[in-house]
Write a protein that binds this ligand. Structure first.
Ligand code: NAP
Length: 237
């Protein structure tokens, strides 16, 4: 039951909960983030394309002669900031958000598929999506677009995989009580007109926990989903 698992953004939030709940007893878990957490750590700033080859190099090196039971990449790192109208937010921050939420999933996802293509073991590529892929929240233009891109990339790549290929899915975790939700609630209504809804969700206890989201995400690996599926964890309960 051995597994080699990469989780981007496992230093906090959902990613840290995923790393703490890997459902395979003999798993090596590698966090790809800037800060690092409890798992083995590959330091990378995924909003900076100069760091993307570090990730590909590690995939290639570790998978070249991998003979375990499964290879998994959960691309979870993401950021909702900067929040505000597209024309009003800081352009440097906006560029970083577009690179992190939209380009990095495609480039790193393709890198994992290349590095694992020769393997005969189970392979999984899981991308964190969001309800924002479907709802155009004003103030989140780059985030909405990035998550919609993730969904469509997954749909496309899922079709490309052979029957014994990599299982590729996108998962929207619901509204999860992490630092990202704190950042959302700290936004002015002028920048994010829907902010009151997120205050209400917190006040009424409607947020789910990172641990519960992690359990839901891991459970998807044993479900017989069509390749390229997009799953919202809220639809499972
Ligand atoms: N929380 C929610 O309600 C919610 C809802 C829908 C979707 N999601 C998605 O779920 C995923 C995790 O969100 P979360 O709520 O757990 O967020 P979080 O608590 O803010 O954690 C974000 C994680 O992403 C990493 N990250 C951010 N920018 C990065 C960068 N430039 N380079 C490398 N790593 C970076 C962070 O690591 P470092 O800071 O150490 O780099 C951190 O580990 C995201 O893709 C998010 O869009 C969350």
């Amino acid at each position: 039951m051995s597994a080699l698992v990469w989780i981007s953004g496992a230093s906090a939030g959902i990613g840290a909960a995923l790393a703490a709940a890997v459902p395979f007893p003999d798993a090596r878990v590698i966090d790809i983030s800037r800060r690092g957490g409890t798992a083995e750590h590959l330091r990378a700033d995924l909003a900076d394309p100069a760091d993307w080859p570090l990730v590909e190099q590690q995939f290639t090196k570790e998978l070249a002669e991998y003979d375990g039971d499964r290879a998994i990449f959960i691309h979870n790192a993401g950021a909702v900031t900067p929040i505000g109208p597209a024309a009003g937010v800081d352009p440097t921050a906006y560029t970083r958000a577009a690179l992190l939420n939209s380009a990095a999933p495609q480039v790193l996802g393709a890198a994992f598929l290349r590095a694992s293509a020769h393997l005969k073991c189970e392979r999984h590529l899981v991308m964190l999506s969001s309800g924002a892929a479907k709802t155009a929240y004003a103030g989140w233009s780059s985030y909405n677009a990035g998550k919609a891109a993730v969904d469509h990339w997954v749909r496309t790549v899922g079709q490309e995989q052979p029957a014994d290929g990599c299982r590729v899915i996108a998962v929207a975790p619901g509204v999860v009580d992490t630092a990202m939700q704190s950042e959302i609630r700290a936004t002015a209504e002028s920048d994010f007109p829907s902010v009151a809804r997120f205050h209400d969700l917190k006040r009424t206890g409607a947020l789910t926990t990172p641990e519960s989201a992690a359990t839901g995400i891991w459970s998807l690996l044993t479900q017989d989903l069509p390749n390229g599926s997009r799953v919202d964890l809220r639809d499972l309960t």
